[in-house]
Structure formats: structure tokens, C-alpha cells
Design a protein around this ligand. Structure first.
Ligand SMILES: [Zn+2]
Length: 308
């Protein structure tokens, strides 16, 4: 039985306690009861298409179009956004997508994570919008967690297949990622990657906007033809390669490229042009992202390869 309620649309800021950080959000309650969906943009400050998509999607939705409740945090990491920082916040050098579920008594990034998770507690599903960071080239892909039990995993995978991006990755990582934290809470979540290299690219924005509309229809929150489910295997073998040293990195693989184990993926040189290391591909698969910066520090990501 659905309970009729007054449809509303509100916007404002979520305050991050103990800081002056405010997260812009829009909260939309539809005409009837239904699922509650959280959408977040800008967990990483340099991933502009996700932020732009969150803003436009919030602006475009009318409460009388939907059932249930949608909370959209347009920009989840304003300190990193305004500092134009890749990966981490200038306030504490922490990566927001490595500290979920966060700590309301912790550093600023820990506290942001806790505020986002607090919004998630009122939700049944989560879509976290990302893309390649400022120095990352990327082919669009969607990630969900293998945690949370069969039902949560199946619902998350169905969301990934509804979103519409071809490459879908099931991850076993628990290192503070948004989708993994949600899975641990029993909430199906996907992290969607579209956009790259610090560009506000309209095609990448459209991928997210279409994906979000697909998710609303898939969850029964918006009228429309059911989106086609992405076919093809789920990628489960995910290798994330970090730099073995600090120097100048000359990458030789590009996102979307099929690669073979043992293939040279890039060369690390010193400032005299001498080779410090050759970096090889660890497994057969498709390259999902690769850094574009010449400067690289030891331990920073270089590229990732995924396979079924
Ligand atoms: Zn990201």
C-alpha cells in the first residue's frame, strides 16, 4: 500500500560538525512512498562530470515525477574541489573514498565521510558519481562490492547493469570505499566512473545523467521504459598497479585497451632520462584507467587492469 504524501523539494547545506565545511544538497520527496536513494557527486574534488551531473539532475527533477525520496549531495568534498586537489583533501591529506564510514570526531575528511554515511542511513540505495581524477584518463566503468550478502550483491549488480556503462566490476576491496561501506551496512550501492583528466566533458555528463534516470526507473521511482540491462561478463579480477618509485612516468597503455600479462605498460625514468624501472601488465584484461601525469611518486596509482 502506498501512502500519499505531500511532494516537496528542498535544498540547503549539510553542515560538517566542528568544521566550516558545508555540503550542498537537494532533497526530493515524491508523491507516494517508495525507495529512498542517495546520490553523491564530488567525493573526489577533481572529478567534474559527476559534480555537474549531480547539480543538473537535482535541478531537473520535479517531486511530482517521482515516488520515494532522493537525496542528492552535489559536492561531497568542497575543500578538495576548491583546492583543485587530486585524490585527497588539502585539510588533512586524506582520500575521502578511503575513510568511509568515517568518524564524526576525526579529521575533516573523516567527518565529511560520517555526514555522508548519516545521509546514507536514511537511504535504501546509493549511487556515488566519480570519474577519472585530474591526472587520470579513464574508460567509463561501474563498481559494486561483493560484500553484504547475496541479496545486497544481487541488487547492486542489477543497479550496475541498469546504469548503462559497459564495463562492470565486482570488487572485494574493503579499504574505506563508499560502495564497500554501504554493503557492510546492507545497502546496495554502485560507484560509477565517467569523465577524465580534469575536464568537464559533456559526453561524460550525459553518461551519468542517463545512468541516474535509468536507476530511478529500475528502482520504480520514475515512470519510463525499463532500461536495457548491460550484457557481458562482470569483471572480478582487478589489478591496481602503483608506481615502484618516484620519477617521470611514460605510460604506454590507454584506457579501454586490451592488454596481455607481461606487456610493458610504462617506463619510469629519472630526470636525466635514465630508466629506473619498466612497469609490466600483471594480467590479461582491459585497462580501465591510466595516469597522464609525467610526475609520479612512489606508491601512486599508474593504471588498473580488469578481467572476468
Ligand atoms: Zn573518484
Amino acid at each position: 500500500m502506498s501512502i500519499s504524501t505531500l511532494a516537496t523539494k528542498q535544498r540547503g547545506y549539510l553542515t560538517v560538525p566542528g568544521t566550516d565545511i558545508q555540503l550542498p544538497y537537494t532533497d526530493i520527496r515524491g508523491t507516494d512512498s517508495g525507495p529512498s536513494l542517495l546520490i553523491t557527486g564530488g567525493v573526489h574534488g577533481g572529478e567534474y562530470p559527476g559534480i555537474e551531473s549531480a547539480i543538473r539532475f537535482a535541478s531537473s527533477l520535479s517531486p511530482d515525477q517521482i515516488t520515494g525520496r532522493i537525496t542528492i549531495i552535489h559536492m561531497s568534498n568542497p575543500p578538495a574541489f576548491y583546492a583543485k586537489r587530486q585524490y585527497v583533501s588539502p585539510l588533512d591529506e586524506k582520500n575521502l573514498n578511503r575513510v568511509f564510514p568515517g568518524d564524526i570526531n576525526g579529521s575533516p575528511t573523516d567527518r565529511i565521510a560520517a555526514v555522508v554515511i548519516d545521509a546514507l542511513r536514511r537511504a535504501d540505495f546509493w549511487v556515488d558519481l566519480h570519474g577519472g581524477d585530474i591526472h587520470e584518463a579513464l574508460v567509463p566503468f561501474t563498481i559494486f562490492s561483493d560484500r553484504g550478502g547475496d541479496s545486497v550483491v544481487a541488487q547492486a549488480e542489477a543497479m550496475a547493469r541498469a546504469y548503462g556503462i559497459q564495463h562492470i566490476l565486482r570488487s572485494s576491496s574493503i579499504a574505506g570505499g563508499s560502495y564497500a561501506a554501504a554493503a557492510e551496512m546492507g545497502i546496495p550501492a554502485i560507484l560509477t566512473e565517467s569523465g577524465q583528466v580534469g575536464q568537464l566533458d559533456e559526453t561524460a555528463v550525459q553518461v551519468h545523467l542517463q545512468g541516474l534516470a535509468n536507476i530511478l526507473i529500475h528502482l520504480g521511482m520514475l515512470q519510463g521504459a525499463q532500461p536495457p540491462q548491460v550484457a557481458g561478463p562482470t569483471l572480478t579480477q582487478f589489478a591496481w598497479i602503483s608506481s615502484p618509485g618516484t620519477g617521470l612516468y611514460y605510460g604506454r597503455v590507454t584506457p579501454g585497451q586490451e592488454v596481455k600479462a607481461g606487456q610493458i605498460a610504462g617506463v619510469l625514468k629519472d630526470a636525466f632520462g635514465e630508466v629506473l624501472a619498466e612497469v609490466s601488465v600483471p594480467q590479461d584484461g582491459v585497462v580501465l584507467f591510466a595516469v597522464t601525469s609525467l610526475a609520479i611518486n612512489q606508491g601512486e596509482p599508474l593504471f588498473a587492469v580488469a578481467a572476468p
